[in-house]
Design a protein around this ligand. Structure first.
Ligand SMILES: [Zn+2]
Length: 327
């Protein structure tokens, strides 16, 4: 399918295990209209494709942009892909998505070219194109949430490796005898810094009997602690909460320092819900990086908060299409 390089808009799609979000976006990265639908991840490929199309139709209607003025659709999709072929090799949250053709039916139904990438890589490409990573020569992104996603953009291109599994910066091992990770190994960055690991760390300290305002904040039930409660308590001077983020920031800092030493980036962008903690997390990260990153790579690298929040996925999808328009 031919890419219409004269079109003024593109579509970005962010597919998640629960929802799919689509947005009509202009060439400057402005979201003109958007649509959402349930992704029906457990109902099989056909249902999910219908939901993607539904979200796109809502976005088109909301934006009043005709499909003739859409150059193409770019999608961030969880899992491992052969993206040039439109194939999802493996995506654990979607039922029976093993070597399935995702893009062909979308191209057929929408009548525009479609592109895809791993969701974390696409979000990173969004930050590179429209957010905190603008102008970087080499950008590494970490997204800290339920898990730890990552992306790497080098000289304007996402670096994906040979099997499109790079860069799994969240699963690089920083504490060889550390806690078990969701991937089955021990001591990955994710096992130490993901959302639940932060909550467990704070809860364990509180269970040891030390005074903490987290007890009151959680309604006297430590199972209900959230990272936001911990960062708020830390800002108010709660010792256990400050310690929790210092330790998590230390491990994230080791991960960031390793990325700096291996890749020599000019920007490291940190996003995801956990990064909203702000200085209480970023200060220990920066302190650890200063000790562990090598000169002069350290001096050349900025550590920045992500700017796009939840829009990174759809904007990254849009950026995939815009990049093809420039090729
Ligand atoms: Zn892991």
């Amino acid at each position: 399918m031919q890419l219409n390089k004269n079109a003024n808009h593109v579509l970005g799609v962010d597919l998640g295990g629960t929802n799919v979000r689509a947005a009509v976006i202009d060439r400057s990265g402005k979201i003109i209209g958007e649509g959402r639908a349930d992704s029906k991840a457990q109902e099989g490929l056909t249902f999910t494709i219908e939901q993607i199309i539904e979200a796109v139709r809502i976005a088109l209607a909301a934006s009043s942009v005709p499909i003739d003025d859409i150059a193409g659709v770019g999608m961030g999709v969880p899992g491992t892909h052969k993206s040039e072929e439109g194939i999802v090799v493996w995506s654990p949250n979607f039922k029976d998505w093993n070597d399935v053709q995702l893009l062909a039916p979308i191209v057929e139904q929408l009548g525009v070219p479609a592109y895809m990438g791993n969701d974390a890589n696409v979000a990173a490409f969004g930050e590179y194109t429209f957010g905190a990573g603008r102008g970087a020569k080499v950008m590494v992104m970490f997204t800290i949430g339920t898990g730890i996603g990552s992306g790497l953009v080098m000289n304007g291109r996402s670096y994906l490796g040979v099997t499109e599994t790079a860069p799994e910066m969240g699963h690089h091992i920083i504490l060889a005898d550390g806690p078990r990770c969701g991937c089955g190994r021990y001591g990955c960055v994710e096992s130490l810094c993901r959302r639940d690991a932060i909550i467990d760390r704070a809860a364990r300290k509180a269970h040891a009997g030390r005074h903490t305002s987290l007890i009151e904040k959680s309604g006297h039930d430590l199972r209900y602690i959230t990272p936001k409660m911990i960062s708020e308590a830390a800002a108010e001077g709660d010792a256990i909460s400050i310690e929790t983020y210092e330790e998590v920031g230390y491990y994230m800092g080791i991960a960031v320092a390793n990325a700096i030493n291996i890749l020599n980036p000019d920007k490291i962008v940190i996003g995801g819900g956990i990064a909203l903690a702000g200085d209480v997390l970023f200060e220990p990260i920066r302190k650890t990086v200063e000790v562990n990153a090598l000169y002069p790579a350290l001096q050349a690298c900025q550590i920045l908060s992500a700017e796009l929040g939840d829009d990174a996925g759809v904007l990254g999808g849009a950026a995939l299409v815009l990049q093809k328009m420039d090729d």
